[in-house]
Ligand binder design. Sequence first.
Ligand SMILES: Nc1ncnc2c1ncn2[C@@H]1O[C@H](COP(=O)(O)OP(=O)(O)O)[C@@H](O)[C@H]1O
Ligand SMILES: [Mg+2]
Length: 154
Amino acid sequence: MSACLILETVSPEETQALGEILGRLAQAGEVIALCGELGAGKTCLAQGLGRGLGVTVPVVSPTFVLAREYHGRLPLWHLDAYRLGSEEEAEESGLTDYLPGEGVTVVEWADKIAGLLPEDRLTIRLTFFGSGRRLEVRGPADRLAALAAQWETG
Ligand SMILES: Nc1ncnc2c1ncn2[C@@H]1O[C@H](COP(=O)(O)OP(=O)(O)O)[C@@H](O)[C@H]1O
Ligand SMILES: [Mg+2]
């Protein structure tokens, strides 16, 4: 069953802290779709996610390479669909070979390849909200409940 959770972050540190929780909770084979315009905080969230997975090198934007792999508690694949023109192009580029992967796959500009993503993914839509960000998280109800509980306890 799909549910929805609305969260707010007031600073980049808080967006990263939310990502860190996602990283700590992440399970093998998980796909996290990030949606939102340029500057919305997708890479910022992915950076925290890397930290939560125990990745020790900085996570940087994969825009120009389409995909980067990191090593943490689970492998992390960080994909960026920004430069892709179509879902066909995504498949031809090999990007979809990581969907789902053995570890955690996080996809920026996921709207562009939504049709190629697994149904049971987490989808996070980031929008500007005052001086911070609003995050709409959709996915399996049990995953959202775990995330909400961790977010409240910090
Ligand atoms: N809650 C927030 N409040 C203010 N700034 C934020 C927040 N979350 C992230 N940012 C900042 O937004 C900027 C753009 O983030 P980035 O992750 O690069 O966006 P995207 O990958 O979506 O283009 C960064 O400078 C980041 O620190
Ligand atoms: Mg980015």
